[in-house]
Design a protein around this ligand. Sequence first.
Ligand SMILES: [Zn+2]
Length: 173
Amino acid sequence: MTDSCCCPPEAGNAVCELPAQSFHRPPRATHTCPVCGERGKPVLGQTVKALLSVSLRAVQEVKYLFCKTQTCPVVYFSPDGEQTFTIEQVRERVYQKEPDGDDVFVCYCFRHTVGELRAASPESRRIIVDDINTGINAGQCACDLRNPQGSCCLGNVRGLIKRIEAPPAVMVK
Ligand SMILES: [Zn+2]
């Protein structure tokens, strides 16, 4: 065995007899997704527990992060990047991963889908946004338990409406 331990040379690490696998490097908290490398957004433990479709025995006492990168299959990951939960391990389809999926919820609490917003008239879209606001003000939302991102959907709803109503300008020659 040529593995040496982490002791300094003066402590005799070259002749250390301890097997290498007995050493645990302290996990490095990077807060970046181990698959796409983007920074994650912290979510509450209850969000992960509410949204996972796998046994909650897998849930650790760590502060999980949410990966919003569209092309990345990871939804939640541990700060050290050692553990990931992917889209197949989450009960809901994730808006950030499928922002153009008609059946995907953009507002999880009040059940509004991407397709519904797309098909609605501009006035109906305003009514939906007003209704979401009314629900929020009435304390009826539960974004930490319903929305995979663990926070309010309103920014996503507004962003989606913007995307629907003002598609990227087409270059005209
Ligand atoms: Zn990712």
